[in-house]
Every structure is written in C-alpha cells, then in structure tokens.
Design a protein around this ligand. Sequence first.
Ligand SMILES: [Zn+2]
Length: 283
Amino acid sequence: MDKFWRAEAMIRASAPHGVEILPVEPCPEDYLRRVHSAEYLEKVRTNAFNSLESYKLGLPCGEELLTRSRLEVAGTIAAMHAALSEGLACNLAGGTHHAFPERGEGYCVLNDVAIAVRHLQSTQPERRIAIIDTDAHQGNANHAIFAEDQRVFTYSIHVGKNYPSKKVPGSLDVPLPRYVAGADYLEQLEATLASAIEGFDPSLVFWISGADPHVNDRFGQMRLDDADFLRRDNHVLDLVKKRRLPTVVLYGGGYNRDREHTARLHADSVLRAACVARSWHTS
Ligand SMILES: [Zn+2]
C-alpha cells in the first residue's frame, strides 16, 4: 500500500503551479448504500467473511479497511465535482473496478466509480457518463453494475485470458492476447477508443488509468514500457481535451516488481493530466 504515499510525494514534488492537492473526509455511508448492501458493508466492518471470500478480496477486513475505502470513494466524488467545474481532476487512488454490490474481489472493497456515478445521477439523472478502463484487467464489477444503464458507457481494454476469469460484458470490450506488446496494445487502443467516445457522446468521463499494463508488473501480463505509457496517457488525455470532456483520473491497479516504479507510473499519469488541466481553459 505504500505506492500511494510514494506516488503522492512524487506528485507534490513535480506538480505544476496552480495544482491543488486537497484532503477528504470519509464518504457518508448512505452514499455507499446506493451501490452496496448494508449486509456487505457490515461484513467488511466486522470482518465476517469466510476464508474463500477473504482470499478473493485479498485484504484484511475491519473498521480500518472500511474507513480507508470510504476515503478512497470520497476522493473520487470530490474529483468528480472538481472535474465538472474545472475540466479535469484526479483522485490519488481509486478505480476499484472489481468491487461488486455484494462482494469484493481483487483488492477492491467499495466501488468508487459506481458510488460517484449513482451520487451524481441522484441530482443529474440525464447525464451521459463514460468509464474508460485501461487497467490490464477487465472492469468486471463496473460492467455488471451498469449493464442495464443506458446512460453509462463502459470501455475496457485488457488481457482476455487473465484475471478476472469470468468476464462480464461491457459496452465495448477490447480483449488482447497475454503478454501483448506495447505497440499492439496502442494500435488497438487508438483504433477503438476515440470512435467509441465519439459515438456515445458523454459529458463526463472516469478514466481508470492502471499502472499494471507495464512489462515489469507482476499481474498485468502486458508488455508496455515507459514510452508506451506516455503514448497511452497522451492518447486518452488528448481525446478528452479535444472534446472538452470533464474527466476524473483514477489510479487502478499497479503491482510492479519495483515498487518505486509502480508509484512512478501512477504519478506520471497524474502529472500528465495536471499539465493538460492547466491548459484546459487556455488552448
Ligand atoms: Zn488491474
């Protein structure tokens, strides 16, 4: 978990002038209940999972984990409001796309994007929202939660034969072979994302960036290098900037063999977004 502190320190050291890093308070529980059941939240709080459930989640439950997860959700909601007023904002965490309403998987306890979307829909039911997921793993819980919601478009580019073993169809899935080369990944991203966003025409984007497509990641099973990450980030950021789409940037997963490198990849994506944010209203 130290990637969060390491990345924040890197971002603070290099953030362009005018970028603010703000604290949050834990998200109120009634917001969580728009997505998660009371029974599930209580199980997280009291660590009432059986051994299989605990194994699938991969984190030690209890009050401390619930509070940390509520802070993560609050960061995504705060970034969403900032993006809607300023154009572009980041949560220095978030993108927990394997958290289902009744269960957590793959280190994801609460689904920050789903809770933020449901919160916004409570006052703006007509808004069209796109979730761009470039994490190496499919955003299965997001796809399940929004499967019947025509106002939300879910895009995921991921390894086809990797975790999660059971995929849930999204609005547009781009499954790639295991250990896909960076150039092939980028070719597929560039061939599919822009037309999908153009076709759906959202007025808010959540981008789950993901550091785990990196070649040195332990779980991602992709082979992007640092230069490929630069091109990936620029492609997404150029797209949302060109269309002036309010965008929330989130970490997603990252499990590099070199922990410092995980933090560096997250920090670089945020710093690239910060540079775009700074020029949002001037170019
Ligand atoms: Zn992942």
